[in-house]
Design a protein around this ligand. Structure first.
Ligand code: GLN
Length: 537
């Protein structure tokens, strides 16, 4: 078992997750099997209850795990599917230890952070590494060295490194900030020195230091960091601001990072030379595409782009496929209540209404869907966006003027979106979420079929409400065709509005399975339709 622990110093938001994913990508390109674990030192059990506005989107895995968005980066960079065990939180660790204590598993001992919490952490890390059968497991420690919350995790990592073999089986990568002082225009190493000192005080000496700075680290700065922090100069890496996150593996590999890691971990890499050609082609199309479209994302967490991270990535993947830059226009849906949609959407070639919870912002999304449908603008609705499109069609095509989802109006006369039948007797907050990968059957001849090229797909879900089956026939007659359903045909999964270039929505979240080189089919459909509109106007 071999591990690469990635820690962060100085401040948060340095892009530790991207650095870690990029390192993983490079090792994968050397023919190694790589897995990853993200540690989040917060007390929440998982990200399911967290506000996207604070933490960015809640990422959903095949097994239904609701996890930190960094797991999305790992899945996209490494092209793997993870399970919720790959996201370890303080909440999960303490919950397990307290349950064991209540069962009497500790045989009357005093239960303490060391060794009981640290043992639980080590057990979880090693179990996941063993089960994923990887040559190397990357363990990213969220937070910043020095935070109280991350102490038990750092201590567990230290102990684990000693147990498995500090020299050959373990690497500590420390990501830090190398600021440039504008008054002198010089890169400063002091914050890095301090944060390495802090790490050393915890018994961890880093093997690799990644310096985040607006530009590449100067040679003399690399030597200085190497000298003061006692790492070889080849192990001091530059991570300058990149034009795209997908450029980071290329920047790191120019500094021969995979060679160093393979040598240090005594790995038997299948590939002597790294082959990044496919990635380069993709990157080229991300950085320098031939054309551009503009797509509006209409939501309520629009002030924080990370709230819709997987959509942004899926649109990047789809754009790259079509050699097209997808510029994003975030629109706070409440604006649509008081401003003219024709003005708000005057320069856009597509509208996306993503998922969401709660009534705030919903009527604005309804206006966006209505505008897109009537004006022939390519439209994609995801999860709540699908439900919004369905309600809009009920109101304006079926003439059920007060139709709604019971999530927003529990007493509506026309509950076209309702809790799943098996949950109807529960109040909405008591209902459980339908989570994770579920099978969807697609009708041949539909637009969805032409995009997925398959009658049977698996996509990830996260919802409590769905189309009320009692209204399905009426919708179909009105041109809102459900071209994707659950296997028993009872749950509506995809809707396509007829006589419209592209008005398509899904109950599931295709954005979570989108990958570089293999974009989400529905995002691809939206981008293609947007290009058609752009080229015809
Ligand atoms: N709030 C809706 C539901 O629970 C949609 C959820 C979502 O968009 N993820 O069904």
């Amino acid at each position: 078992m071999k591990f690469i622990f990635v820690t962060g110093g100085v401040l948060s938001g340095l892009g530790k997750g991207i650095t870690a994913s990029s390192i993983g990508k490079l090792l994968k390109c050397r023919g190694l099997k790589v897995s990853s674990i993200k540690i989040d030192p917060y007390l929440n059990i998982d990200a399911g209850t967290m506000n996207p506005f604070e933490h960015g989107e809640v990422y959903v895995l095949d097994d239904g795990g609701e996890v930190d968005l960094d797991l999305g980066n790992y899945e996209r960079f490494l092209d793997i599917s993870l399970t919720s065990d790959h996201n370890i939180t303080t909440g999960k660790v303490y919950q397990a230890v307290i349950e064991k204590e209540r069962r009497g598993d500790y045989l009357g001992k005093t239960v303490q952070i060391i060794p009981h919490i640290t043992n639980e952490i080590k057990d979880r890390i090693t179990r996941v590494a063993r089960e994923s059968n990887a040559d190397v497991t990357i363990v990213e420690l969220g937070g910043t060295v020095g935070d109280i919350e991350s102490m038990p995790f750092l201590e567990a990592a230290r102990q684990l490194s000693v147990e498995i073999g500090r020299e050959e089986n373990c690497i500590f990568v420390h990501t830090t900030l190398v600021p440039i002082l504008s008054s002198v225009g010089e890169q400063k190493t002091k914050p890095t020195q301090h944060s390495v000192k802090e790490l050393m005080a915890l018994g961890i000496k880093p093997d690799v230091i990644v310096g985040r700075s607006p530009t590449m680290l100067e040679d003399n700065i690399k030597s200085k960091i190497s000298l003061f922090c006692d790492v070889p100069q080849e192990a001091v890496l530059s991570a300058p601001d990149a034009r795209s996150i997908y450029e980071v593996p290329v920047i790191l590999e120019k500094q021969k990072v995979s060679d160093f890691l393979v040598r240090k971990l005594k790995l038997k890499a299948l590939a002597k030379e790294i082959d990044l050609s496919e990635w380069q082609v993709f990157l080229e199309r991300v950085l320098d595409p031939h054309r551009e479209v503009r797509i509006s994302i209409v939501g309520k967490y629009t002030e924080l782009a990370d709230s819709y991270l997987s959509h942004l990535e899926a649109l990047t993947h789809a754009g790259a496929q079509e050699n097209c830059r997808v510029n994003i226009d975030f629109v706070n849906s409440d604006r649509l209540l008081c401003e003219d949609p024709a003005k708000i959407f005057s320069n856009v070639h597509g509208i996306l209404v993503p998922g969401g919870f709660g009534v705030r912002g919903v009527e604005g999304k309804m206006i966006a869907a209505h505008f897109a449908r009537e004006q022939g603008i390519p439209f994609m609705g995801i999860c709540l966006g699908f439900q919004v499109a369905t309600v809009e069609i009920a109101r304006n095509v079926l003439g059920l003027d007060t139709a709604n989802s019971t999530e927003f109006d529990p007493l509506t006369l026309y509950p076209v979106i309702d809790l799943m039948p098996e949950q109807r007797n529960l109040c909405s907050m008591g209902a459980t979420m339908r989570l994770g990968a579920q099978k969807v059957i697609i009708k041949e001849g539909s637009i969805a079929y032409s995009l997925y090229k398959s009658k049977e797909i698996w996509e990830r879900h996260r919802h409590r409400f769905e189309v009320n089956p009692e209204y399905v026939e009426r919708f179909e007659r009105a041109g809102w065709h459900f071209t994707g359903t659950s296997e028993d045909g009872k749950r509506m999964e995809i809707g396509e509005f007829e006589s419209h270039p592209y008005f398509l929505a899904s109950q599931f979240h295709p954005e979570f399975k989108s990958r570089p080189g293999r974009p989400s089919p529905l995002h691809l459909g939206l981008v293609r339709a947007a290009i058609d509109l752009m080229e015809s106007s």
